[in-house]
Design a protein around this ligand. Sequence first.
Ligand SMILES: Nc1nc2c(c(=O)[nH]1)N[C@H]1C(S)=C(S)[C@@H](COP(=O)(O)OP(=O)(O)OC[C@H]3O[C@@H](n4cnc5c(=O)[nH]c(N)nc54)[C@H](O)[C@@H]3O)O[C@H]1N2
Ligand SMILES: Nc1nc2c(c(=O)[nH]1)N[C@H]1C(S)=C(S)[C@@H](COP(=O)(O)OP(=O)(O)OC[C@H]3O[C@@H](n4cnc5c(=O)[nH]c(N)nc54)[C@H](O)[C@@H]3O)O[C@H]1N2
Ligand code: SF4
Ligand SMILES: [Mo]
Length: 716
Amino acid sequence: MRQLLDPISIDSGFATDTQCPFCSVQCKIRITKELPVPGSRRFTYMVEGIPNAASEGRLCIKGMNAHQHATSKERLLQPLIRKNGELVPSTWEEALSTIEERFKAGIAEFGADSIGLYGGGSLTNESSYLLGKFARVALGTKYIDYNGRFCMSAAASAGSKTFGIDRGLTCRLADIPLARCIIMAGTNIAECQPTLMPYFNKAKENGAIIIVIDPRATATAAIADIHLQLKTGTDAALANGLLKVLIEEKLVDEAFVAQKTNGYAELCDHLAGVDLSEVAELTGVDVAKIRDAAQAYGSAGTGIVLTARGVEQQTDGHVAVRNFLNMVLLTGKIGKPGCGYGAVTGQGNGQGGREHGQKADQLPGYRSIEDDQDREYVSGVWGIHPDELPRKGVSAYEMMELVHQKSIRSLLVMGSNPVVSNPNADLVEEGLKNLDFLVVADMFVSETALMADVVLPVTAYLENDGTLTNLEGRVLLRESKLETPGDTRHDWQILCQIAERLGKKRFFPFESAEQIFEELRLASKGGLADYYGITYDRLRRTGGIYWPCPSTEEEGNQGMMFEHGFAHRDGKAILFPVASRLPQELPNDDFPLTLTNGRILSHYLSGVQTRKSPSLAARNVENFVEIHPRTAKKHHIIEGEWVEVTSRRGSFSVRSRFTEKIREDTLFVPMHWGGIQNVNKATSPELDPNCKMPGFKTSTVSITPLRLKPVAQQAR
Ligand SMILES: Nc1nc2c(c(=O)[nH]1)N[C@H]1C(S)=C(S)[C@@H](COP(=O)(O)OP(=O)(O)OC[C@H]3O[C@@H](n4cnc5c(=O)[nH]c(N)nc54)[C@H](O)[C@@H]3O)O[C@H]1N2
Ligand SMILES: Nc1nc2c(c(=O)[nH]1)N[C@H]1C(S)=C(S)[C@@H](COP(=O)(O)OP(=O)(O)OC[C@H]3O[C@@H](n4cnc5c(=O)[nH]c(N)nc54)[C@H](O)[C@@H]3O)O[C@H]1N2
Ligand code: SF4
Ligand SMILES: [Mo]
């Protein structure tokens, strides 16, 4: 075992293979530690991509620099406990005893449901599975949810309703170059999954028409043949326009629709009432462009539709995705080579993290916590009585509301930085401050950890074994040869140790990630996301296996879903009429502009990791707002100056950045900074009623140069 953090113990040429901790492509990496000058103690790291099926050996700038945060001097190496108002270094013994005492007291006084658990899509399958089990078996609380609620819930619920199963990508990445038309709606792959871009470039070389739907002319839109630069929050309406043209131009695959779908007549009735000029008015996209795009997709022999958070993080995200799925189904472009749909999964384990029970209503293998058979099966695997299993809890932001109301009084956060990444961040901060007891397990003192009573130091991806499921549904094994630095522990170890303190060791006897995976295999057996046939040994031999894989004798499904039918009982998919609607918030005199938000290439989510990496941080040291120069002029803003952006919820301050690539009525702000630069101080907490996704991507705001605001009136 070697310690990567310790320069002295390392021989020149020591190499370790790992997987990038950031996005859902899960590129494989080799990191070699080198002493360029023999005898010196100044070492460097050489980072290279290793070929694997998704990344084909490529790395983006985040992967190239991911070792920097993991080896940063800011890594948390021992537990911290708040004493006299300050977080001070402590021991595991003291930290675990404090947690034991506070959890036991909380349960005794207010019941198990006074404790909440908040997980994340960066956790391995093993840790996220165990977190779900920990909530229900060690604590007996129904309150568990995770940051993936803000990420995949709209697309996941849409896929489940339409196809009968939620699987991010329904085809292989290798199908992308075979598609003759690709629709990329609210997805900025060039900055968010950069190593996938060559698949799209190949498609273009093969003659594909690329359609990008985004209020900004992004780096992804740069490869588009047709860019539909719609008003934020109007995707459902735009899809109605596209569907209308498909029907008018007779571009419907009648045989496919008849054999493989239900609901066609209702959809046709609904579309008869759609007026293209009204759609154009609502979305801000010309009728001619809508026609061009629909014709290109409808008449192409093969085609793929991708959606991501631009479409999904809306209060109608679920139905907006379903309307894009209507297009896929009407044209029969699914279940065959060069065809399919993809909700472009976000986090490293954004797919696996949503399958095995960290969701409020879920049990492992996509089972439901409200279904009696599912409850019985999983209780059997866990060795408890089904009556002991709590029922479903509430979604991530709703948990924060319960925190605010003090109905949840203690919270354990593992793998998220909710005070930065929740909408309506000021309310969330107020709630977290009022908790009786907050425990945060992290590699760093994040903005949320800063508020905690106990902070537990965890291992980073470099030191932590486990499986992660990439955006294709391919399960990958990430093993480590490195020692755990300082006093850090694995997430799953921490859960086992707290469970032991609570007298539940017999349910958490695990001594390795692989032992947990063995139980996960059983718990998922027979479920939609069936991992039973996958073993560490097979993963080592094959380099990755797609789920569902119900038997160790089988290969898994090879990545092409729905070749022989959909996952609903009758094998058919469901067409579903979706109303066009105005965006959730409309501009007025007080809040004249629409604010949207998202990502930039060099930073990751709340920025805790990437801001610790000198090479990444240097590319963007602070946040900014993209604004059209004409809009800036109207609001008396000078390029590069600090401005305050205000919504009905709150205000944040950032530097202005002029660009003609954004709509004049829209502002764009990255989500990677906390504190006064946090865009979420202004975002809306209104939730999609179908999936509880917050409407992150559409709020109306005002913008003022800070120079024109008296200091006393500025937000802080
Ligand atoms: N560099 C980097 N890569 C990442 C991440 C990161 O933080 N940084 N995060 C990872 C994670 S967890 C996720 S979920 C994914 C997210 O990946 P994406 O969803 O691709 O990323 P976003 O930038 O949030 O949003 C995509 C686009 O939606 C557009 N958009 C905004 N409003 C609307 C709208 O109303 N309609 C439409 N059609 N488009 C709109 C934005 O302009 C933006 O270009 O990225 C993953 N990859
Ligand atoms: N305005 C706006 N807000 C958004 C979004 C948006 O587009 N716009 N996107 C939403 C989306 S899609 C997402 S996914 C969320 C994500 O937002 P967060 O959940 O806040 O995600 P991260 O910033 O990755 O926070 C992860 C924290 O966990 C730590 N960490 C990383 N790996 C591990 C691990 O293995 N174990 C443990 N214990 N800790 C670890 C990191 O150091 C970091 O502090 O943000 C959401 N918020
Ligand atoms: S951030 Fe994503 S695309 Fe970039 S190296 Fe990591 S896994 Fe690959
Ligand atoms: Mo995400």
